[in-house]
Write a protein that binds this ligand. Structure first.
Ligand code: PHE
Length: 340
């Protein structure tokens, strides 16, 4: 009995078989257990001898099971280690690298260039009231600019007033002049909204506003600042600029700024050339606007400007269509996006 059991234990191929053998021999109904139970029917002498014999078998069997279990566990561990081994020589899978959206990139460039010129960044709410978006900027109730701007209106309040999605970043001029004392030198990059949608217009777009208020500020400061900005932004030292008379209710005089370019064979190239391209609106802050904000126009003057971020990004990086900015097409971002 002993040697046959021990042979079977030694031959057990896995832990499960080994456990079955243990139960067969030593379990409650096991062979050995049964035999130990029959000892009671023997005479005392026989019982002693048989009992000792059976106990020796039991010990030997237990030892054999433990030793086999140790071997099997070790083999199992080795097999698992081999299976889970990592091949550190395999080339890594390519990791997706995040991209900076061209709007964010352009925004950061603007902040950096104007930052070097001493401008700080100001912000204001996207939902504006009539006063900040229009009235304080000298755009009266009947002013055509209110229609021109394709304003998004919110549902009227009980008193009949209607908030708007700001149509430009200019209301932040008002907010800043009302809350800060001159000298003021800020830019306002931010979202703006107009009900307009085609290849060059989106209902949500971005502008950057600029405002400088100080004593003895004049048109020369406006020209110098915008010339320096345009040349730095496009990276063209001799980029020509043209200041063309224009009209905005909140500036007087007003000027639109064109930059030099050439159009050959339908291709637009920014730089010295025989053509012009409009890129921003500007002017000296209207005395009425200063007065609306409690600033004495006899003491302080200033200039302001505003431009579309998408527009200047399209010009610099050559994007043909504005709508692609908002289509969250990763293939486009991969092509034009900026790796941090
Ligand atoms: N707010 C004007 C626009 O959206 C731009 C502008 C800003 C013009 C400041 C002059 C001065 O068209």
């Amino acid at each position: 009995l002993q040697s046959s059991l021990i042979d079977r234990v030694a031959a057990a191929g896995d832990l499960e078989t080994l456990e079955q053998l243990r139960v067969q021999a030593l379990g409650k109904k096991g062979e050995l257990t049964q035999r130990l139970k029959t000892l009671g029917s023997l005479s005392p002498d026989e019982r002693k001898e048989a009992g000792q014999g059976l106990n020796r078998v039991k010990e030997a069997l237990n030892a054999a099971i433990e030793s086999r279990r140790g071997d099997l566990e070790e083999t199992a561990l080795e097999a698992r280690l081999a299976k889970e081994a990592i091949d550190v020589t395999l080339p890594a899978r390519p990791a997706e690298v995040g991209r900076i959206h061209p709007i964010s990139q352009t925004w950061e460039e603007l902040v950096a260039i104007f930052g070097e010129m001493g401008f700080s960044v100001a912000e204001g709410p996207h939902i504006e009231d009539d006063f900040h978006n229009f009235t304080a900027l000298n755009i009266h109730e009947s002013h055509p600019a209110r229609q021109d701007m394709d304003t998004f209106y919110l549902r009227p309040a009980e008193d009949g007033s209607r908030k708007v999605l700001r149509t430009h970043t200019s209301p932040v001029q008002i907010r800043t002049m009302l809350s800060e004392k001159p000298p003021i030198r800020i830019i306002v990059p931010g979202r703006t909204f107009r009900a307009d949608h085609d290849a060059t217009h989106s209902p949500m777009f971005h502008q950057v506003e600029g405002l400088v208020i100080d004593k003895k500020t004049h048109m020369g400061h406006l020209k110098g600042t915008l010339t320096a900005f345009c040349r730095a932004y496009f990276g063209i030292d001799d980029l020509p600029l043209r200041f063309r008379p224009s009209y905005f209710p909140f500036t007087e005089p007003s000027a639109e700024v064109d930059i030099g370019c050439s159009r050959e064979g339908g291709e637009l190239k920014i730089g010295p050339g025989k053509d012009w391209l409009e890129i921003l609106g500007s002017g000296m802050v209207h005395p009425k606007v200063l007065a609306n904000c409690g600033i004495d126009p006899e003491v302080y003057q200033g200039f302001a400007f505003g431009m579309g971020i998408e527009r200047i990004a399209m010009l610099k990086y050559g994007f043909p269509d504005l709508r692609i900015f908002y289509e969250t097409d990763l293939r486009w971002l991969k092509h034009y996006g900026f790796v941090p």
